[in-house]
Design a protein around this ligand. Structure first.
Ligand code: ADP
Ligand code: ADP
Length: 215
């Protein structure tokens, strides 16, 4: 089934910049779609529309699930909360009981490989570990669709490759569908079942291909 459906989506910012033009895109259950393209081609705009932070000026963007997870480049952990307290945040906002929160958070912490670091504060973690904590926080929502905006863009190459492998494992185990934004073609091919190529001026899709042997 189709979790995300963009039809002829255009977005014009108030200053007249056309960030997206005529974008058709779907993400089906079981798909991990990567959008690749140069800086300024409209990738973040596309993801902001998918996440509901922006509305399309023309066309329609439909999300067919309420369980959407987001991971952005900046992990946005609360600095005064430890890992467990940060990971519990979304469950707290859903009014889950403390026992349920604890269980959800611990499962997510284990999944991302942060067991043993529950009491660490964000500043005591490496960049990669902060990103994993951020991922764990979203996993507590048990998302059907996961949106990633260059989550590993600020990390060094080795950490990045490592986290890409971890993300692939999670995708297979947890069976969420993904829409992943990156400017790295190799990362796109490595991660996805389908690659969408965007070009700037104005932002539109110029190519797309299914990856023949995903994972
Ligand atoms: P990418 O993520 O591929 O770098 P963006 O979606 O951030 O691209 O930006 C697409 C285009 O829209 C760029 O030309 C950018 O300068 C412009 N843009 C982004 N946000 C705004 C905004 N709030 N107001 C005006 N123009 C914007
Ligand atoms: P990641 O790949 O998650 O960024 P690093 O490569 O930075 O992790 O760190 C490798 C290992 O070093 C971690 O799995 C962890 O065991 C340990 N480590 C990193 N930062 C800390 C820290 N602040 N306190 C204790 N151990 C740490």
């Amino acid at each position: 089934s189709t979790l995300l459906d963009f039809r002829n989506v255009q977005l014009t910012y108030p200053n007249g910049t056309i960030a997206l033009s005529g974008v058709d895109l779907t993400v089906q259950r079981g798909e991990f779609v990567t959008v690749v393209g140069p800086s300024g081609c409209g990738k973040s705009t596309l993801l902001r529309i998918a996440s509901g932070l922006e509305s399309a000026s023309e066309g329609t963007a439909t999300v067919n699930t309420t369980r959407v997870g987001y991971v952005f480049q900046d992990p946005t952990l609360l600095p005064w909360r430890n890992v467990r307290q940060n990971v519990e945040l979304l469950a707290e906002l859903q009014w889950d009981t403390q026992a349920v929160r604890r269980t959800k958070a611990q499962q997510a912490i284990d999944l991302v490989g942060l067991s043993g670091f529950e009491k660490h504060l964000p500043r005591q973690l490496s960049g990669g570990m902060r990103m994993r904590a951020s991922l764990a926080r979203s996993l507590t929502l048990d998302p059907e669709l996961f949106l990633f905006d260059e989550p590993f863009g600020a990390l060094d190459e080795i950490t990045r490759e490592y986290l890409n492998d971890e993300l692939l494992k999670l995708f297979v185990e947890q069976q969420f569908a993904g829409l992943f934004i990156t400017h790295s073609v190799s990362e796109a091919v490595y991660l996805s079942t389908k690659v969408i190529v965007m070009s700037g001026r104005p932002g539109h899709i110029v190519d797309g291909f299914d990856v023949p042997f995903p994972m």
